[in-house]
Design a binder for this molecule. Sequence first.
Ligand code: CMP
Length: 139
Amino acid sequence: MSGNRTFTMIKPDAVEKGVGGAILKQIQEAGFKIIAIKQTKMSLEQAGKFYFVHRERPFYADLCAFMSSGAIMPAILEKENAVDDFRKLIGATNPANAEAGTIRKNFAESIDKNAIHGSDSDENAQIESNFFFSETERF
Ligand code: CMP
């Protein structure tokens, strides 16, 4: 991916509230191109696999239950310096600490229901993109 792609997922709280479109608008207006997108729902088992890196964390069970509780919108995004720029756009994990104007400040409720995920490295962006999208789904 050489630094120009990241992976995101609009979480069940935001999809349920009907703000997925507003979030995608903010993402596109910030200069990210949508390479792949879908609306889907993870099983508890799939969420467990997606968040396997967090398996030792105290919030792992609740995280997997929440992330499999409703529809999500995973997407692959393209922009120069994608991973870092996207993490700036979404803001801090806990929306209470997120800067004004960030997606989490605008749309998130809590550290659990925090509206959106963004990959933390190029390597994880690739792994997470491959979790949801085949090569023929990327344009
Ligand atoms: P995200 O970074 O997208 O993926 C892991 C999620 O775990 C994170 O968003 C939060 O929504 C959730 N989470 C819950 N509690 C914590 C915590 N104490 N620290 C970090 N993440 C947490």
